[in-house]
Design a binder for this molecule. Sequence first.
Ligand SMILES: [Zn+2]
Length: 380
Amino acid sequence: MSDIFSGILGQPKVRDFLRSVVSHGQIGQSYLFTGPAGSNKTLAALALSQAVICKDGGCGTCDACKRVMRRSHPDVRRYEPEGAGGYLVEQIREIVGDVSLAPIQAKSKVYIIDRADLLGVQSANAFLKTLEEPPQDVVIILLARTRESVLPTIVSRCQVVPFRHIPHTEACGIVSQNTGVSSQKAAVAIQACSGSITRAIEFVRSSERFSFRARVLEILSSLELSDDLDVLEYAAELLERAQAPLDLVRKTQEEELAASAEFMAQAAIRQVEARNKRALTARSSEYLRETNAIIRSWLRDVLMAASGRPELVINEDVADAIRSTASKTSAPQVVRALCAVDECDEAFRYNVSPETCIDVLLCQIREELYGSRSASTAAI
Ligand SMILES: [Zn+2]
């Protein structure tokens, strides 16, 4: 059966459930989707949004449906925590205010609230009334890793939909089945996309993303002989290439706004512009996280090789370079380099300039892996 829900790979129970509520016209107003990263919650939330927004109940092919999937429909809002520690109370108040406004293009609106586990007591309190009694034309979908991580006052007001963890080999199978690539290439893509099957499928289909990955790995392999200036240039290059796809997103946003602007009030146009800007920021941090995921997968492979388990290397196409790096470092050093990647992810979240973050990260990896043997210290 092919419909808007068939893309929710690896989650047959969720698919059946969503098909059933939609076909019986019983879409609820507040859902909590729970499941680990990469379990396809976001895609499921978008598919359900199509069912809510589309005039035909989710045809998957009309302009509205396509916009929902491209995350550019003005009546499907997706939020992430804007504070370093989670959702800010002001952010929730803004959402609550927005919920009471009429939809811009469709008859209904959908709010997708990512990381609902990062709703603290205060922000949750500001949200409870809306969650309990949303306006008739509003559907709210909260996403979280586990049910337990979300405040009970929130959970009790939602219908909980659990997503299963998809085992690694099954995930590779799904990606290679849907794209025709080898399971080795699928494994590489899944690593680069932090386990997300949907993004891994996009990744293997994009030659730009794949060649970006190759360049990241090349830079990592040449760190040993790089001085500080080289590293600075690498950081600038990686940032530029990591964010290159944003130009296309920006262009699509502008075209879509131009196409519908004449039917929209000034206030609605401003809303869409603000939303587009937020979507761009979110996309940009997605690409930065992807860059770090590629770096992490390479370090993981070096760790496997340094621990005497070269057969577990995933980035097989660069296995020689990985073995060569592993022979010059040790497992504890690689573990410290991996910690530096986590710190870099944190720094992105605190809005430190991405170029500085990547520059610092590459320097740290060089120091951790090669210590006093690296080019910069050798020159002193
Ligand atoms: Zn449609």
